[in-house]
Ligand binder design. Sequence first.
Ligand SMILES: [Zn+2]
Length: 239
Amino acid sequence: MYNMYVSEMAADKKKLASRSLYNNIFKSLGLKFFALKKDACGICLRKIKENPTDESFLTMYQKHMDEKVKVRQVKEEAKKMASENPKICAAVFDLQQVIYTPKSHHSSIFYKRRLANYNFTIFDLQSQEDRCFLWHEGIARRGANEISTCIYKFLQEKDSDGTEEVILFCDGCVGQNKNSVLKVSKQSEIMVPSQLATLIQTARATGKKQYTVYEINPVDVIDWKRYTSHWFACVGRCT
Ligand SMILES: [Zn+2]
């Protein structure tokens, strides 16, 4: 922004303010830089970054925004149903941003290949309970089998609770938990993956329910692709 100002002043041959004066005036006007949401989808990111004005994009963007509103309404309805009937559960699930370990400011770590840790969360809209399923790339991948296994574990838990109906939303912006887990992981030095479980368990603000963390082991991951091939015939290209 300052660079743009410098080139504009130079082009107009006007006197230039120092960077610190520029910053002070910028702040005194109450202006801020908009930070991009990391979980924005491709269409929203294109709108924010490029702001295309061609008709085909605008039509697609409008449809996308209409769908967003509709999904929000459906989610609200599901939440209401769950609040009125204890046998109904409404939840959103999301795979969080990868956390690499070891995570430290020590310079010797900067050039090392680090281990990717995955955190899949399921947030109960009614009870506000948050479950985190944790594993790293040495344990399993982050494919359909792993995600399905986490959801299956959740469904088993709900089944034993007496829940009869589960409404699940795949959501990119659970928001709160994503932020607090990331904030904690940013502040702390994490040397081994097992530290993550403890960190996440205590990541939530005081007064709120703590996260329940499940550490996924290789034996937990079910080969759903093989299992479902016994039950469902393949209609298209199967690999
Ligand atoms: Zn979007």
